[in-house]
Each structure stands twice: as C-alpha cells, then as structure tokens.
Ligand binder design. Structure first.
Ligand code: THG
Length: 288
C-alpha cells in the first residue's frame, strides 16, 4: 500500500490540499458550455454573466476548485479561455482547474493564471504526453491524467491502471512528482455499458494501492442516458470516495450529490466532530 500523497492547488490567496484524510475536494463542473445552450450563446457574444454567477453559486455550494472549459465549437478557444480565467480570478478566490485539449489555449491560460493550477488534462497518447507534460513542469502545475491512450479507452481496470502507470512514469522522467498527477479512471456512461461504474471503481482501487495518488472523475457522466440521475450520481460518488477518489468533478448545486459527498466524508472520519455536517444542516434549515 503506497503512502497517500498531497496534491496542492493554489490561487493568489487560497491553498487547497487534496489528500485522502482531508474532506473531499469538489471541483465545480458548471463553467463548461458543453450541452448548455445559454452559456454557449453568451460566450459567442463575448459576454460572461453566466460564468460570473455560476462561479459564485458553485463556491457557495461548496466547490473548492472551479473547472473552466471554453470549448465553443467553431470559435478560437485561446482568447475566450484567457478572459474566463481573468474573470474567475476577479469574482472568486478559489483555485482553477483549466479544462482544455488545445495546447496554445492551455499555455496562455497558465501564463495568465496567478497560482498553481490543476491542468485538465493529459492522457497516455504520445502527442499529449509530449505537449502537455512540459507545460506542467514549466508552470509547476498539477495535471489530471486520463486513463486512455493511442489505443482508446481500455476495457479492463488492469489496462486502465497501466495507462495511469505510464503517465506517472513519463512525468517522473521530466521531474514531475506523482503528487502533481491526479488520475482520472474515466467514468463512462452506464447507459451504454452497465459495467462502466464497476470498472471505474476498480481502477481507483488499483491506482491508489500502487501509487497513493489523488483521484478525480467527471462523476455525472456515469448516469447519462438514465432516468432519475441524481440517485445514481450520489451513490456512485459515495462508493468512489470509499475506493479512494479525493476530488470529484461534479455539480455542487445538485443537492443530493452534494449531501452524499458530505455524508461520505463523515462516514470516512474526515469531518471532525461532524462539524461540517452540522454546519451544512443548519444552513439548509435557515434557507427553509
Ligand atoms: N474527466 C475530466 N474532465 C472532464 C470530464 C471528465 N471535464 C468535462 C466533463 N467530463 C465534466 N464536466 C461536465 C460538465 C457538465 C455536464 C457533465 C459533465 C453536464 N451538463 C448538463 C448536460 O449535458 O445535460 C447540462 C448542464 C445543465 O444545464 O445543468 O451534465 O470525465 N478530467
């Protein structure tokens, strides 16, 4: 069993330490135009009101890090992502997770960002390892490593583990320590493969056992195409936390999912005297 590593992500004024004995770190997923017509339309017009309000709402709901994705089909990502990063630094003080597959946009975002960012993401593809890892090193950032490579997404936990091992090894060769790598086993949708949840959970167990690294997943993918998604998402997220996931990418505004995370932390002994749970209960009562 490897020692549990600490991944440190910072903004100008805040430090977030991701570790298996700390409360789960929610990475808020909402600032992403994929499947959101209103945000997409706004970004196309060069407006950022939804970005601002989504940032504030997610932080209020408990997001400790905000994912920022500027993937507007047909538009140049670089200036949009840069402006989103600038705006987010203005309206919130939480650290950012920069979600892009466009290397020039990533580099510009990293040079704009004040702090130690979480890059989302690299994977086991040769071209990505070669383009992203040098930026991780140069900016002393951390990076999410997706368990997929030039052959696609492996079907078995063992093969996904091998991709994680390759990413960690290639990073190490450049002098990037494993605490700066956050592994994403990939939560695929159970609508197309009923084993998707089990494969993800078993991959978490393997990488945690061997490397002690921190683990994330885009948790809401799992229930895509299923009815009554929040029940599935909240069960999946609690099970993944038990397996070792430390920083889920999810929507903290979904109350059932948010409460599952808080309850899982309580059960795992990461909520001293249950103070976080009691505080959040009182805040909910006040709202009613
Ligand atoms: N792993 C990593 N990064 C990721 C993902 C992952 N980034 C993107 C994605 N997957 C996680 N982010 C989202 C963002 C939004 C939604 C799902 C995952 C989503 N949106 C609603 C929809 O499409 O129905 C629309 C939003 C709304 O209006 O509520 O579900 O796996 N490393």
């Amino acid at each position: 069993m490897a020692e549990n590593l600490t991944t440190t992500i910072t903004s100008e004024s805040k430090t977030v330490e991701i570790h298996r004995s700390n409360p789960t770190v929610i990475i808020g997923e909402r600032i992403n135009p994929t499947g959101r017509e209103n945000l997409l339309a706004e970004l196309k017009e060069g407006k950022f009101d939804i970005v601002r309000s989504d940032a504030q709402k997610q932080v209020e709901a408990g997001a400790a890090i905000l994912d920022v994705n500027a993937g507007v089909p047909g538009a140049d990502e670089e200036p949009i992502l840069k402006e989103m990063v600038e705006i987010l630094m203005e309206v919130t003080d939480v650290p950012l997770c920069i979600d892009t597959a466009d290397n020039p946009a990533l580099e510009t975002a990293l040079s704009t960002y004040k702090g130690k960012a979480l890059i989302n993401s690299v994977n086991g593809e040769e071209a990505r390892l070669e383009s992203v890892l040098p930026l991780v090193k140069e900016y002393e950032a951390s990076v999410i490593g997706l368990c997929m490579d030039d052959d696609g997404i492996p079907q078995t936990p063992q093969d996904r583990f091998q991709v994680a091992a390759k990413i960690i090894e290639r990073a190490d060769k450049l002098g990037i320590p494993p605490q700066n790598i956050v592994i994403d086993p990939l939560a695929l949708t159970m609508g197309s493969d009923h084993n998707a949840g089990r494969i993800a959970i078993e991959t978490i167990e393997l990488v945690v056992e061997e490397f002690g690294v921190n683990v994330t997943m885009g948790c809401s993918n799992i229930s895509f195409g299923m009815p009554d998604r929040e029940h599935i998402d909240s069960t999946f997220i609690a099970m993944a936390i038990l397996a070792g996931m430390t920083c889920p990418i999810t929507n903290p505004l979904h109350e059932e999912v948010n409460l599952a995370v808080q309850a899982a932390d309580l059960v795992m002994g990461r909520d001293e005297y249950g103070m976080n749970w009691i505080k959040s209960y009182r805040a909910r009562q006040k709202e009613e």
